[in-house]
Design a protein around this ligand. Structure first.
Ligand SMILES: [Zn+2]
Length: 327
């Protein structure tokens, strides 16, 4: 029987979710036990220490969506002189680059579109190929088992930062590996240490508390780069974002819902989510949305609205990756 967490939308069909006797999932339980507002206040001071008198003192990832647009605005308000950027890996909506530039320029902020295909390594390419093969397979009970097992096992591969090939069920896992390499290299190139992003993510900090900042230092002799999850750092919720959007006169693009699933602007996620849902009996985006509920950004009801529109994709995973030139 499927059991859903009382607080968020995680459920026991997800092999990494356990519900305790009080009806709360392992993610929510650990969050409540370890949340520490004082640690976030310190992180905000740390972030502000990077405000500097130079051309750009921060980079801000911009997808033209609501969260990243609000983040860009807030970084400027905090006193930064940001450079807005959008990464192009080949499988996201192509109209978002022009739209992002417009949004940034309206705030008097420079914007760059950065092609990140040269950060796709050999193992990443193999992983993309294995993903395409996995998603080509005929739907049956064996494939259901395979999907669940791969989904579960991918967490180990993902968390060790190891450079291996793996047929990821969840496209965000491989994408994020590539994007992090690109964050590091692009920030180094520009001599910037702060990259602020609008996704409401947090990182466990050796189980003591939660952090909104992730430090990356591949090369010890060079300064580290800090990825800052600004909405989480500021403990924002959807209403806060919505107020900022009114202020900057942000308008959603034609086929975008106000709260959308991760596949809103990503063709690869869109190509994966329907089959993955059929094979695993849960929508992969429940993990991301649940984290947002757990952190107070969304209500359970808002997340449920967002999760409903999983539909059959127009393009297969293979086709999307072929068109992006990645396999
Ligand atoms: Zn939960």
């Amino acid at each position: 029987m499927t059991v859903e967490c009382k607080k968020c939308i995680n459920n026991t069909n997800n092999p990494s979710i356990v519900i305790n006797d009080d009806g709360i999932c392992n993610i929510c339980e650990s969050y409540v036990a370890n949340f520490n507002k004082a640690a976030l206040d310190e992180e905000l001071l740390f972030l502000k220490s990077f405000i500097a008198n130079k051309k750009y003192d921060a980079m801000v990832g911009l997808s033209s969506g609501k969260d990243s647009s609000a983040t860009l605005y807030t970084m400027k308000k905090l006193g930064f002189t940001p450079l807005a950027f959008s990464f192009d890996i080949g499988y996201t909506r192509q109209d978002m680059f022009a739209r992002s530039k417009l949004i940034a320029n309206n705030m008097d902020i420079d914007h760059e579109t950065i092609n990140i295909k040269n950060y796709v390594g050999e193992n990443d390419k193999k992983s993309f190929m294995r993903m395409a093969e996995l998603y080509d397979k005929e739907e049956n009970d064996d494939l259901k088992k395979e999907f669940k097992k791969l989904y579960y096992d991918s967490r180990k591969v993902y968390s060790t930062k190891s450079d291996v090939e793996f047929p990821f069920v969840r496209p965000c896992q491989i994408c994020r590996k590539i994007v992090i390499k690109a964050y590091y290299a692009e920030a180094q190139k520009k001599g910037i240490q702060i990259i602020a992003v609008g996704f409401n993510e947090w990182t466990g900090l050796s189980n003591k508390s939660y952090s909104a900042i992730r430090k990356i230092q591949y090369i010890k002799s060079k300064p580290p780069i800090y990825i800052v999850h600004l909405p989480y750092l500021l403990q924002r919720n959807l209403a806060d974002v919505s107020n900022i959007l009114k202020e900057i006169e942000w308008e959603k693009s034609s086929d975008e819902k106000f709260i959308n699933t991760g596949s809103g602007s990503c063709y690869l996620a869109r190509a994966c989510e329907y089959k993955a849902k059929c094979m695993m009996d849960f929508n992969m985006d429940t993990t991301r949305l649940s984290r947002e509920i757990t952190a107070g950004f969304l209500t359970k009801k808002q997340a449920k609205t967002a999760i409903h529109d999983t539909r059959k994709p127009d393009k297969s995973v293979r086709k999307v990756l072929e068109e992006a030139g990645l396999i």
